[in-house]
Design a protein around this ligand. Structure first.
Ligand code: AMP
Length: 216
């Protein structure tokens, strides 16, 4: 099964995708994570993307389209994948359709996490994660059990994303409204769009997503 999660920054796509990967064995593919790895590795793509990401704008379509076409062809995505952060423009969605149909695959669900965009700045501003294992936390909504220590692996090295600053989050939300929201009518027309209340507690959202996938 192939699933896309859509929603503005802070909607919970990464958190939920991580859970769905554990429960359903769908490969979680986050283009944000892939780009951050390119930046950290100092590759040509990373050098091109770094400043754009720091401003909270979208990296050019051609880069992302190639990256995802290559990634979904790898063996670990063959049993099904869960896209988080891609597509983000209609051009990316069209390219994904072309790639999938050439591979005789399709999207089973495009699930929109419906949230109040105004609440996203607060949600994002408190986010941090464990540098070692990647577990995600939040100052107010999901603190570590022991301050400064990762619940999952015990590491004490926590990191915050440079683009999670409030002013950058506002640019990212504006990019979502202008460039990504047009995906919703695109997928509605294809009959694959589903909606889940992304303002509900994390466990409830996970259950609602699970129900949709189980019903497929
Ligand atoms: P994310 O981790 O999904 O919030 O992505 C972080 C940043 O990476 C975004 O603000 C964009 O600058 C860039 N990015 C991630 N995915 C895409 C995409 N599909 N298209 C363009 N830029 C992207």
């Amino acid at each position: 099964m192939n699933v896309v999660l859509v929603g503005p920054p802070g909607a919970g796509k990464g958190t939920q995708a991580q859970r769905l990967q554990e429960t359903y064995g769908l490969r979680h593919l986050s283009t944000g994570d892939m780009l951050r790895a390119e930046v950290a590795g100092g590759t040509a793509i990373g050098k091109q993307a770094k400043a754009i990401m720091e401003r909270g704008e979208l990296v050019p379509d051609a880069i992302l389209i190639n990256m995802i076409a290559e990634r979904i062809g790898q063996p670990d995505a063959a049993k099904g994948f869960l896209l988080d952060g891609f597509p983000r423009t209609v051009a990316q969605a069209e390219a994904l359709d072309t790639t999938l149909s050439a591979r005789k695959q399709r999207l089973d669900h495009v699930i929109q996490l419906v949230v109040d965009n105004d609440a996203m700045v607060e949600r994002i501003s408190g986010r941090f994660s464990c540098k070692k294992c990647g577990a995600g936390y939040h100052d107010s909504f999901r603190p570590t059990k022991k301050a400064g220590v990762c619940d999952a692996c015990g590491s004490t090295e926590m990191v915050r994303r440079p683009d999670d600053k409030p002013e950058t989050v506002r640019t990212r939300l504006a990019a979502y409204d202008k460039q990504t929201a047009p995906l919703l009518p695109y997928y509605r027309r294809q009959g694959v769009l589903r909606e889940v209340d992304g303002m509900a507690p994390i466990d409830t959202v996970a259950r609602l997503l699970g129900n949709l996938i189980d019903a497929a």
